[in-house]
Design a binder for this molecule. Structure first.
Ligand code: CA
Ligand code: CA
Length: 458
């Protein structure tokens, strides 16, 4: 075999794609999970083909959680930023790039306070510690220690170029440079546990279920104080990209509070998510995750969806670029378990979350242009605007074969593009899958072609 001209990829005995350009980059999006056989057929310039034996691969769902157990170490306060993980490992600040190998950071004095929280905010790692200690680092490796007052700091947030520290007995302090801190007058005597910020407002929650709200639109540097109805305590708060979410609890269990403007709040029992007790709450790319006895997530404007049931007790969660890591520590086994999984969405779902109203389905046609919502995605059209159907251009290369020009600059990775043919516009037969572009039509007098997109779920 000499001078390979093109290579074809076959999966499970079916043609998938081909390439005629060295080094023959062949891509395939699996449509089903489990074991599959893959083979590559090469064709040389004389039309002779060769096919080495097939290989077996196992296809797993992208979101299948990866679990790691690290014996002998206790990891807590896991945080991600600047391409690095930072956490308290056996009580000391460590960093890691792979969650498995941990290295001690510098600038940690054992005599300093006990760490209550580590956050990555405003481009810096910031700790909140007892004894008024706040430690900062750009890279998560070298730390600078500062003493800000005497109270225990519980959390640090970032809002409009300012870091805000909150702590015991209503302590609050702000800074613009992480060096010079200004302590604010105390508004609540209870412990302030968490702080969360939207583009317009910042909220801080107290252990006795009150919410401190600061918004520049309220006027001069003023905070307002509200009470969360029904709850006797509050402990978690986030901004999920669209709304503030607070987890509090009443005698019946946990309650969730929602507000887009930090003024008007609605609430529901946490059991609406399928879990009575929420141990951790995180956001990642406008997705809101609740971790209790299971992992539940909510897409923007959509209902709760269960992702997985948990066997271990996971007490915290940390988001990185596209994945969420859950952390569990067992005193009994003296080991930390980490579970990692990627965002449970396909490229189509990500597009739909931005471009379609919540109730729209992939087979719906919002703008009545004959293209389904999925077609609009697959052919890069506007789901809210009447569009022309995708044009399939044909070139005749020789009397017995026809070539097609793919009508898109780049195909979607979770769409499969079919060329169908008909002679009578009544019965269509599938002919081949793009990006294969040449079809042998033999001596048939005439035929019509269309292009069709099919969703590949993974
Ligand atoms: Ca449409
Ligand atoms: Ca359209």
């Amino acid at each position: 075999m000499e001078h390979v001209q093109r290579a074809e990829l076959w999966v499970g005995g079916s043609y998938v794609t081909e390439s005629a350009t060295y080094p023959f980059d062949l891509r395939w999006v699996p449509a089903t999970l489990g074991s599959q056989s893959i083979s590559v057929r090469t064709i040389d310039i004389h039309g002779r083909s060769a096919e080495p034996s097939a290989i077996q691969v196992s296809v797993k769902w992208d979101s299948e959680p990866l679990k790691t157990t690290l014996p002998g170490i206790k990891i807590s306060h896991l945080t991600y930023g600047n391409g690095r993980w930072v956490a308290l490992v056996n009580g000391l600040l460590n960093w890691s790039t792979n969650l498995t190998t941990w290295t001690l950071g510098s600038g940690f004095e054992p005599s300093a306070g006990s760490v209550q929280a580590i956050s990555f905010s405003g481009g810096s790692f910031v700790t909140a510690e007892s004894g008024g200690i706040i430690r900062t680092s750009q890279d998560g490796i070298r730390w600078t220690v500062r003493k800000v007052g005497r109270e225990t700091w519980n959390a640090v947030g970032f809002f409009q170029n300012e870091w805000i520290a909150v702590g015991k007995h209503g302590a609050m302090a702000v800074t613009r440079d992480l060096q010079n801190w200004t302590q604010l007058p105390t508004l609540a005597d209870a412990d302030i546990l968490r702080v969360a910020a939207s583009p317009e407002a910042v909220i801080a929650i107290t252990a006795d279920a009150r919410v401190l709200v600061f918004a520049p639109s309220f006027g001069a540097n003023s905070w307002s104080l509200q009470s969360l109805p029904q709850s006797t305590s509050a402990r978690l708060a986030v901004w999920d990209g669209k709304k503030f979410v607070i987890v509090g609890s009443d005698r019946m269990g946990d309650r969730l509070y929602f507000s887009t403007d930090a003024e008007k709040w609605t609430s529901s029992s946490a059991s609406a998510t399928g879990d009575n007790v929420i141990r951790a709450m995180e956001t990642l790319k406008d997705f809101l995750f609740m971790i209790g006895s299971r992992v539940i997530y909510q897409r923007p404007n959509q209902n709760w969806t269960r992702l997985l049931n948990l066997v271990e007790v996971y007490t915290e969660a940390a988001p990185s670029e596209n994945s969420l890591v859950l952390v569990s520590f067992s005193e009994f086994e003296n080991a930390t378990t980490l579970q990692t999984f990627h965002l449970p969405i396909s490229p189509y779902e990500r597009w739909a979350a931005v471009n379609l109203p919540p109730a729209a389905t992939e087979s719906g046609d919002l703008d009545n242009d004959g293209l389904t919502n999925f077609d609009e995605y697959a052919f890069d059209r506007d789901p809210g605007h009447f569009d022309a159907a995708p044009r399939l251009e044909i070139k005749l290369s020789n009397p017995s074969s026809v070539g097609f020009l793919f009508p898109l600059a780049s195909p979607r990775s979770d769409a499969r593009y079919w060329i169908d043919s008909t002679v009578d516009f009544k019965r269509w037969s599938p002919e081949m899958i793009l990006p294969r572009t040449t079809l042998d039509i033999g001596s048939l007098a005439h035929r019509f072609f269309r292009i069709r997109a099919e969703r590949v779920k993974y």
